[in-house]
Design a protein around this ligand. Structure first.
Ligand code: GTP
Ligand code: MG
Length: 149
């Protein structure tokens, strides 16, 4: 039961795309196990994006990501990390295929509306960074046996 951390960024929230993004994961058959809206602090985001600290866009990224509410989620299911990245599309929306979330809804890399974990390990690290124990639910969707062989 692989988990990925998916977040609708402040621009995605402002543009009313929360439902659209969640719908795609639900429709695909992934299971929502955690969800909340919050305005992240800079310190929280600096830890989340710690691998990008040396990048020139880091300060702008933290400014943008802390500018308003985000919707943080954990989705669970077979190959959730790899499929989540595929559903989001390339980091730079100008390179995201149509049919992906970024490829359908945005243009600029600095306003790419959503985040998805890039490895199983970061899926676990990010889920634990954004959610406490007990905020992640264990449940069995009735449709599971129709989604998985
Ligand atoms: P996330 O799912 O958001 O982590 O994106 P990613 O894994 O596809 O890309 P990465 O982790 O390398 O970068 C994190 C975020 O930083 C991106 O989603 C962008 O919002 C932003 N970013 C990455 N590269 C650039 C850049 O060259 N310029 C600007 N302005 N922002 C960038
Ligand atoms: Mg990333």
């Amino acid at each position: 039961k692989e988990r990925t951390f998916i977040m609708v960024k402040p621009d995605g929230v402002q543009r009313g795309l929360v439902g659209e993004i969640m719908k795609r994961f639900e429709n695909r058959g992934y299971k929502l196990v955690a969800c909340k809206m919050c305005t992240p602090t800079k310190a929280h985001l600096e830890e989340h994006y710690r691998d990008l600290k040396s990048k020139g866009f880091f300060a702008g990224l933290i400014e943008y990501m802390s500018s308003g509410p985000v919707v943080a989620m954990v989705w669970e299911g077979k190959e959730a990390v790899k499929m989540g990245r595929m559903m989001l599309g390339a980091t730079n929306p100008l390179q995201s295929n149509p049919g992906t979330i970024r490829g359908d809804f945005c243009i600029d890399v600095g306003r790419n509306i959503c985040h998805g974990s890039d490895s199983v390990e970061s899926g676990k690290r990010e889920s634990e960074h954004w959610f406490k124990d007990g905020e992640i639910q264990e449940w069995s969707p009735a449709q599971s046996k129709w989604v998985y062989e």
